[in-house]
Ligand binder design. Structure first.
Ligand code: ATP
Length: 204
């Protein structure tokens, strides 16, 4: 049953660049979890990966603003960029949490599989309702994901909810590669993002 707490979603990532898979998942997450609003939060420095591309946090933030402009209820936040250094979801949830709110966290399948390596992941599970979205059409990961989710449930009593979407099989890595190779990226990112990347000469 819905109570009167605000339902607030959190979707973080490097977003280098933000792409249609992110936008589509974010919209489905909002609808299916009946969120009052959703924070899109680009990391300052991602804790779990080395980056070998030259964009700035401000450019990644700007691309998120462009991608989500016109989508009601989305707040693109610079809180991790302002905080500086490595961006930990634990710190972000702490900053956003409050008595009047329920927090929902979205991640893609790759992140579900490695979630138990996140900084203070057990605390994170106590602070939010986690959800995941499939990135790939291939059923090959299905068994691993179900096993992992069952493991989290058995160990920590928390169930990851599934957000249902038709998977969009793209990654930011694909897009950066396409740009390097001079291929068209217009089907992969929102038009305003494509235009921004072109104007700034990003990822060439
Ligand atoms: P990279 O290729 O640079 O590793 P990425 O495409 O995985 O980037 P991130 O910014 O690292 O994008 O991802 C942020 C969040 O969005 C993560 O939880 C990730 O699992 C999820 N995500 C990324 N791509 C998709 C997609 N196509 N569909 C659904 N979720 C996605």
């Amino acid at each position: 049953m819905l109570d009167d707490k605000l339902r607030v979603g959190v979707y973080g990532g490097t977003f280098a660049p933000v792409h249609n898979g992110h936008v589509d998942s974010a919209v489905a997450f909002m609808r299916q979890m009946k969120l009052d609003y959703l924070y899109i939060i680009p990391t300052c420095l991602p804790p779990h990966k080395e980056v070998d591309f030259a964009d700035s946090p401000e450019e990644r933030l700007r691309m998120c603003e462009l991608a989500f402009s016109g989508i009601d209820g989305v707040i693109v936040s610079d809180m991790e960029i302002r905080r500086g250094g490595k961006s930990y979801t634990y710190d972000t949830l702490r900053e956003l949490s409050g008595e009047d709110k329920k927090l929902f966290l979205l991640c893609g399948t790759d992140m579900v599989l490695t979630f138990d390596r996140w900084y203070r992941f057990e605390d994170i599970l106590g602070m939010c309702y986690p959800a995941y979205v499939r990135r790939e059409k291939d059923k090959i990961l299905e068994g691993r994901i179900i096993a992992k989710i069952t493991e989290y449930y058995n160990k920590y009593g928390v169930m990851f909810r599934r957000i249902l979407t038709e998977p969009i099989e793209i990654s930011s890595t694909d897009i950066r590669l396409a740009i390097k190779e001079g291929r068209d990226i217009s089907g992969m990112v929102p038009p305003l993002v494509a235009q921004y990347i072109k104007e700034r000469g990003l990822y060439v």
